[in-house]
Design a protein around this ligand. Structure first.
Ligand code: MG
Length: 377
């Protein structure tokens, strides 16, 4: 099969899926679904290349998972496919959605046999229910459910996708362009994961690994005496001075963000929100935290607990600790018992001891989102 490339479409936003995690980032064992499917296909056959499409935001993170050929997708399935096809030079191309996780070797064999006599080979499933079309019962023998992946002659598919029309599968594009489609038997096992309840029917998937990931963060901000209050843990503390910062200077949230990014392997706060970027001038750090939490959840993580140590000689923070805890619990959607806040001084030593600013250390633990929970019946 050296003359077949595989295109794996994983740039979707999972808008129909209804879970916080994006479909391509659901974990089976330790692997995100896109990696699991890519590795599974790699084992099924010797593809000359495996090309994976990713959204521009996710692409750098995906690259951390291994040496895969990843290209930027587009706004639609078709645009993503067009971008991927630009990198395909083999005679044939197999196109699969990441949601078709449990695809089988037998179907692949039927597709490669059938493509000798066609421009696109398509796995289909017979329909066992009675089918009514426009209020008329029709012969279900003539009705087929079309699956992916589909195997196409690369040149024909490239030509067919020049059309501005949006097609729901490759074979419709090829047929519309005058190409020949041949049907082969698909597999009930190879269902498409569209909704969360489909996950339990996908027999090749494993539950997510029970690993815990910890991360730490540290940040310092100096006081700015031209301001009247400072922001800590998303709470305004009216103490007669504020923080010198590009954002609102919430040093506790910044340390927390770094702990979250550390646990998920996503880098640091400066990479995500550079302080040279005018979009972040004076920004409410709660918005940055929410952005990070959304990315984490999208990538298949769930927060377990957070713990912060605020190091400050002034202002006195003891009376704020419960409000800090409550506010961070709300922002992170954690129970308050899983949000711990400690305040300490440095016994008048060093820059915090001299009352020049505040330092915060944070730690966070993450686990994989367990898609089996709540979908076990
Ligand atoms: Mg900072």
């Amino acid at each position: 099969m050296g003359n077949i490339s595989l295109v794996l479409l994983a740039a979707g936003s999972s808008t129909r899926f209804g879970l916080p995690v994006k479909k391509q980032w659901l974990r089976t064992g330790q692997k995100p679904l896109w990696q699991f499917v890519a590795d599974r296909f790699a084992k099924l056959g010797t593809f000359s290349d495996i090309i994976i499409t990713a959204s521009a935001q996710e692409l750098p993170y995906m690259r951390l998972y291994g040496d895969y050929h990843i290209v930027t997708g587009g706004a639609s399935r078709q645009e993503s496919l067009r971008n991927a096809l630009n990198e395909v030079s083999s005679e044939y191309v197999l196109v699969s959605d990441v949601a078709r996780a449990c695809f089988e070797q037998e179907t692949l064999q039927r597709l490669t046999d059938a493509i000798q006599h066609a421009d696109v080979a398509v796995p289909v499933i017979d329909v066992s229910d009675t089918v009514v079309y426009h209020n008329e019962t029709i012969d279900r023998e003539h009705v087929k459910r079309v699956q992916t992946p589909q195997l196409s002659r690369t040149s024909v598919l490239k030509q067919a996708l020049q059309s501005s029309e949006e097609f729901t599968d490759d074979s419709s594009a090829v047929v519309a362009a005058g190409g020949k489609r041949v049907l082969v038997n698909g597999s009930q096992e190879a269902l498409k994961i569209t909704f969360p309840q489909d996950l339990l029917k996908a027999s090749c998937l494993q539950p997510p690994a029970p690993d815990t990931f910890s991360g730490t963060g540290f940040d310092v901000h100096a006081f700015d005496t031209t301001k009247k209050s400072l922001m800590l843990c998303g709470v305004e503390v009216p103490c007669g001075y504020g923080f010198l910062a590009h954002s609102d200077g919430d040093v506790a949230i910044h340390a927390l963000i770094d702990a979250l990014l550390g646990a998920s392997g996503m880098g640091d706060i400066g990479e995500l929100f550079p302080d040279t970027d005018e979009r972040y001038a004076g920004i409410d750090s709660k918005k940055l935290l929410q952005d990070v939490l959304q990315r984490l959840r999208g990538y298949g993580f769930e927060l377990v607990n957070i713990d912060l140590t605020i190091i400050a000689q002034k202002p006195r923070l003891g009376s704020y600790k419960q409000e800090f805890r409550k506010t961070l619990a709300q922002l992170t959607e954690l129970p308050p018992v899983h949000v711990n806040i400690k305040a300490t001084t440095t016994e008048k030593l060093g820059f915090t001891g001299r009352g020049e600013g505040v330092a915060v250390m944070a730690s966070a633990n993450l686990k994989y989102y367990n898609w089996m929970q709540g979908h076990t019946n």
